[in-house]
Ligand binder design. Structure first.
Ligand code: NAD
Ligand code: IPM
Ligand code: MN
Length: 359
């Protein structure tokens, strides 16, 4: 098949991990006879430095025209002055909103080989397989923001339609899994959460009678996620709760560097990025874990290009590399494979060794 893919390396370790994901995509194209046209564009701090804006119009236009977008990360200390007029993160938020990507899927499947890297007891982690569906284009991220001499405010707003579509997405996903959805809110305090709970209850009852829906308050959810992570299948929640809970969930897998994500809207085109940030503390040293970015490329193959076999091939190759004990420093300070070594270990395993048959 032929696909146009926009690559947005961004800042910090963004270019390091996207280079790894791109190398994997190129190898998949070679092995399976596809043509992937990869076009690189600027976003984030790098774009601010180049042209004063975190999301140049050329970048947004290219993303709109593409079959899929692969992103590294944006942000960093250089652009973090609280009084700065433009910030790298605005570029990413405008891109998500501009492409209508309201559902951010963040799968969490701790790998057997990396259980020891997690700060949680291994017996709690075996068999954990959950997906957080994070609402991505509403809530406090996008409400009016004000600042004056006396204070500041961020408005948190949700419409019924915004909640319905993301809950539908979560329930539909649950049908292909264990048919269990946990909706997370703060309905004991927030009006938006009370609306969220009402809408989620109605959508599940009327449209998904075969799916079990449970509600959980976000503070106790933060505890249950660590205490009994196997209890969860699909978790659906609003924008900021989903942001925070998924960084916490990365500790079930063992590292921020392992978790991928897919941001989807109504169409097939999507945005794929690891859940981690630009990691300024390790940027430029060639030691970032590329697995979250590589697994994001697998999600791109699955959700935007419909290439399930190729997606599974990438996921298996990443698993096999970890099984073989190839760990970056975030997983093991003793083994400390570089980004390039980890990437090569995955690429080496993309093509399963052929059986040699003597006739
Ligand atoms: P971070 O995710 O960048 O880093 C948190 C910790 O995890 C750091 O110790 C880092 O070294 C480690 N880490 C993250 N990814 C790793 C990887 N692939 N391999 C090994 N270790 C990894 O979070 P932060 O430090 O709070 O944020 C830094 C900047 O990134 C901020 O400007 C923030 O806004 C931005 N950010 C961007 C995105 C994005 O672009 N999607 C996501 C989160 C944060
Ligand atoms: C993420 C990041 C972003 C978010 C920031 C960089 C805007 O933390 O993708 O998880 O909060 O959504
Ligand atoms: Mn985040």
């Amino acid at each position: 098949m032929h696909a146009d893919i926009v690559v947005l390396p961004g800042d910090g370790i963004g270019p390091e991990v996207t280079a790894a994901a791109v190398a994997v995509l190129r190898e998949i194209a070679r092995v399976h006879g596809h043509r992937f046209d990869l076009h690189e564009h600027a976003i984030g701090g790098t774009a601010i430095d180049a042209c004063g804006e975190p999301l140049p119009a050329t970048t947004l236009a290219a993303c709109r025209a593409a079959d899929a977008v692969l992103l590294g990360a944006v942000g960093g200390p250089k652009w973090s002055d609280p009084n700065a007029k433009v910030r790298p993160e605005q570029g990413l938020l405008t891109l998500r909103k501009g492409l209508g990507l309201y559902a951010n899927l963040r799968p969490v499947q701790p790998h057997a080989a990396t259980l020891g890297a997690a700060p949680i007891k291994p017996h709690l982690l075996a068999g954990v397989d959950l997906v957080v569906v994070r609402e991505l284009t509403g809530g406090i991220y996008f409400g009016d923001k004000t600042r004056d001499g006396d204070g500041a405010s961020d408005l948190c707003a949700y419409s019924v339609a915004e909640i319905e579509r993301v809950v539908r997405r979560a329930c539909t996903l649950a049908r292909s899994r264990r048919r269990h959805v946990t909706s997370v809110d703060k309905a004991n305090v927030l009006e938006t959460s009370r609306l969220w709970r009402d809408v989620a209850t109605r959508v599940a009852r009327e449209e998904f009678p075969d799916v079990v829906l449970e509600h959980q308050l976000v503070d106790s959810m933060a505890m249950h996620l660590l205490a009994k992570p196997r209890a969860f299948d699909v978790v659906v929640t609003e924008n900021m709760f989903g942001d925070i809970l998924t960084d916490e969930a990365s500790m079930l897998a063992g590292s921020m560097g392992l978790l991928p994500s897919a941001s989807l809207g109504e169409g097939r085109a999507g945005l794929y990025e690891p859940i981690h940030g630009s990691a300024p503390d390790i940027a430029g040293r060639g030691i970032a874990n590329p697995v979250g970015a590589i697994l994001s490329a697998a999600l791109l193959l699955r959700h935007s290009l419909g290439l399930e076999e190729e997606a599974v091939r990438v996921e298996r190759a990443a698993s096999d590399a970890l099984d073989a004990g190839v760990f970056t420093a975030d997983l093991s300070p003793y083994r400390a494979a570089t980004t390039a070594e980890m990437t090569a270990a995955v690429i080496d395993r993309l093509v399963a060794p052929c059986a040699v048959v003597d006739l």
